[in-house]
Ligand binder design. Structure first.
Ligand code: 4NP
Length: 161
């Protein structure tokens, strides 16, 4: 029997698509796989800028993720206007990403599906997922803890599909 088509298409967005959003994609994929819901979701990530197009996740983020048992996958790409139409939920890492994605929308009726990642966090109260790019390894570990919290929150909030 063929697998059902995904009921929800989710896109994670950050600035470069090499640190936060690919990590969110990897972590959310594991959350849905562990829940036996792999067929229900199509999960992707993209960046506001295309500077890192084709690059794998940043080696420091990959290192922190691997240490926690996550499998690394994905190549960076830039978000485009079609992404706004093709995805049901677009989850941004900080306020600037949120404003930038909204500005890509052809009309404001699409703004409702663009949501800040932190709105799904159950325990972390940070106003944004901080950009770890210019910091040290501990910044990457902190981002992963936030992403694990929020990814479980996403599944709780959309689990009816
Ligand atoms: P990300 O981190 O948005 O979490 O992927 C960054 C990656 C690259 C740059 C900035 C942030 N950059 O300026 O190249």
């Amino acid at each position: 029997m063929s697998s059902p088509s995904p009921c929800l298409r989710i896109l994670f967005v950050c600035l470069g698509n090499i640190c936060r959003s690919p990590a969110a994609e990897i972590i959310f994929q594991k959350v849905v796989d562990d829940a036996g819901l792999s067929d229900h979701y199509k999960i992707d990530s993209a960046g506001i800028i295309g500077h890192h197009h084709g690059s794998p996740p940043d080696s420091r983020m990959a290192e922190s993720l691997k240490r926690q048992g996550f499998r690394i996958h994905g190549r960076a790409r830039q978000i485009n206007a079609e992404d706004l139409l093709e995805h049901d939920l677009i989850i941004t890492m900080d306020e600037t990403n949120l404003a930038d994605v909204k500005s890509l929308a052809p009309d404001a009726s699409l703004h409702g599906k663009i949501r800040p990642f932190v709105s799904f966090c159950r325990f972390h109260k940070d106003p944004r997922v901080p950009d770890p790019y210019y910091g040290g390894q501990r910044g990457f570990d902190h981002v992963i803890e936030m992403l694990k919290d929020g990814c479980k929150g996403i599944l709780e909030s959309v689990s009816k599909c």
